[in-house]
Design a protein around this ligand. Sequence first.
Ligand code: DC
Length: 223
Amino acid sequence: MPDSSNEVPVITLDGPGGSGKGTISMRLARELGWNFLDSGALYRLVALAAMNRGIEPNNETALAELATGLDVSFPMQGEDMQYLLDGEDVSEALRSEAVSAFSSRVASLPQVRKALVARQRAFRTAPGLVADGRDMGTVIFPDAGLKIFLTASVEERAQRRYKQLKEKGESVNLSRLFRDIEKRDERDRTRKVAPLVPAEDAVTIDSTRLSIDEVMAAIHDLI
Ligand code: DC
């Protein structure tokens, strides 16, 4: 990593999906006036682009090529981030269960992960960066000043996801969501490259029984 970027402070938030990381890290970035990296969105965008092009989830070479050349941008629209793929707003499509499942497979491929490293580090610009993901503190920004690992029980995360999908009008089955989350967790935790584990110097916060405000307060204490 170039020396100049090391001077830009980074806070990493890693943890499983549904732990509240997305909401918390976005809010933290806004409060600090820092940049925000939603690294999961990059894996989701590769997945969506692959699905659109009919690329199979095990075609590592084609997926890595796709990841390298991906035309994506994340403009802010008011309080929300917009996700553009080839200039088209795909914010809704990115959050479907089909994209979630495909992206978890894509994220287990070493060549794809490698193809996305430089793109992620490029988000580290002044005045600072809040980086949300699975390997932000372990692989992408190992020198981050503050590393947080946010967790919650599988039950709680399935409930949160269930509520979210219901609100969007998607038909969902809670026990199936529970099983899908368990399966994805297992794959994320046991993959060979950049598995989902806390960095040695990360502080773990369990959000199962905490509100968003309570998690924010805990993080501000750490800062
Ligand atoms: O956080 P998310 O649900 O949007 O992430 C989508 C997928 O990408 C999920 O399976 C975990 C994976 N991921 C990863 O492997 N590394 C990251 N830094 C971020 C996400």
